[in-house]
Design a protein around this ligand. Structure first.
Ligand code: GLU
Length: 420
């Protein structure tokens, strides 16, 4: 088992021990309802073809149709997909949206593909998984390496196969074809709402310093929203470059540049005085109030957890902190707002999008954001009610979020009973 799946399993067993979960429930919740693995050819621009491998894993559907992103990444494995699917089950349960958990993707570096090749790959992969996805069955969404355009191709391919347009088969689509206002920013906005709630009793966000690792849909939007909320974003970074400014970086300008097709490095080249390049480790080890890991899993580990200086870690990525690191951070009194709570804004607005698509209605961005805030704040309060902030050595917010999620999933399993 790969370390990332080991981590997801270890988190689960720790929570299951606390809940004194019977073995039969443990067996069910550490297994995966459906594992779909496919190798398929894609025609490339030069007329040749390449074979790619794709996955879709459905972890548990006790609470409803399953939900989770589609990841295009050169390091995607089945175990990683499984870990991510399991986290989706807990995430949907923490924010109490009526979905189970799933995840999928293709092992590919999308940056090496042309737009046409990506479309071919997406359409062929979607065709391969038609038997297991569907608006009442399993509903994909964007994740690392995918975006609204990829969702549009998935929706179109699925609809062509069925013979009519089925907008609710994916979420995170462009607004023009049944996507939701506010979905694109939803993960970042959810992180902001959770942070605002967390800091409400401690003087709020204005003037707080932050370091954000990752500058994609999650890190880029989060940096921008933090800046707009009055925080001082001292560090931002992507794979290529890490940037620092003691007075704060104009993350909004950097994000606009990246959104327009540029890179963080080219933004820096155009504005050399806006920030100075630093080593990548400097971001995670920054002396700031809030650290937001918003890139990949397993970046805060047993090796570097004692060098984290922020007092608060707000997990934008899925699985950025390993269980060993969790223990070290807890011992050091660092609060971690866990992924399955902190970054649940994406799937929450995916739920709103699915509801709108099924009803053929369109909410305003104001409605979407107000409902998002309500669900995120309520989830945060439910978690903190189970483990108050500062319960060092007694419990963590990750454990509390897992307890809440597992209890809700177990309630659904027990109410439904085992078929036949
Ligand atoms: N990929 C996102 C996540 O990891 C969103 C999933 C969804 O909206 O279904 O939470």
């Amino acid at each position: 088992m790969e370390p990332v799946l080991q981590a997801a399993m270890a988190q689960f067993h720790r929570a299951a021990d606390h809940l004194v979960l019977p073995d039969r429930h443990r067996a069910l919740l550490t297994s995966f309802k459906t594992t779909y693995q496919t190798q398929f050819p894609v025609e490339m621009d030069d007329g040749s073809f390449r074979v790619f491998e794709g996955f879709r894993v459905i972890h548990n559907s006790a609470r409803g149709p399953t939900k989770g992103g589609m990841r295009y990444s050169s390091r995607l494995t089945l175990d990683e997909t499984r870990a991510l699917a399991m986290w989706m089950t807990w995430k949907c349960a923490v924010v109490n949206v009526p979905f189970g958990g799933a995840k999928g993707g293709v092992r590919v570096d999308p940056l090496t593909m042309s737009n046409g090749e990506l479309q071919n790959l997406t359409r062929r992969f979607t065709t391969e998984i038609i038997p297991i996805i569907g608006p009442d069955q399993d509903i994909p969404a964007p994740d690392m390496g995918t975006n609204p355009q990829v969702m549009a191709w998935m929706m179109d391919t699925y609809s062509m196969a069925k013979g009519y347009t089925i907008p609710a088969v994916v979420t995170g689509k462009p607004v023009s074809i049944g996507g939701s206002e506010g979905r694109y920013e939803a993960t970042g906005r959810g992180l902001l709402y959770v942070l605002e709630e967390h800091l409400a009793a401690e003087g709020g966000i204005v003037g707080r310093s932050a370091a954000v690792q990752g500058f994609g849909n999650v890190g880029g939007v989060t940096s921008t929203l933090l800046q707009q909320a009055g925080a001082v974003v001292r560090y931002i970074s992507d794979l290529e470059i890490a940037l620092f400014h003691p007075e704060g970086i104009d993350a909004t300008a950097a994000w606009m540049h990246v959104e327009a097709g540029g890179s963080l490095a080219s933004w820096h080249a155009e504005h050399p005085n806006a920030a100075e390049p630093v080593a990548h480790e400097a971001v995670l080890e920054a002396d700031v109030d809030v650290l937001v890991p918003a890139a990949v899993d397993s970046v805060i580990t047993g090796q570097n957890a004692d060098r984290i200086r922020a007092r608060l870690v707000l997990e934008g990525a899925n699985g950025p902190t390993t269980p060993e690191a969790d223990d070290i951070l807890d011992e050091r009194g660092v609060t971690v707002i866990p992924d399955i709570l902190a970054n649940a804004g994406g799937v929450t607005v995916s739920y709103f999008e699915w509801v709108q698509a099924r009803q053929y209605v369109q909410w305003t961005e104001g409605q979407v954001n107000a409902e998002l805030r309500r669900l995120m704040v309520s989830a945060y309060r439910n978690v903190v009610a189970r483990c108050p902030i500062g319960s060092r050595g007694v419990c963590s917010q990750r454990e509390a979020a897992q307890w809440l999620a597992i209890e809700r999933v177990v309630e659904a399993i027990d109410r439904r009973g085992i078929y036949p």
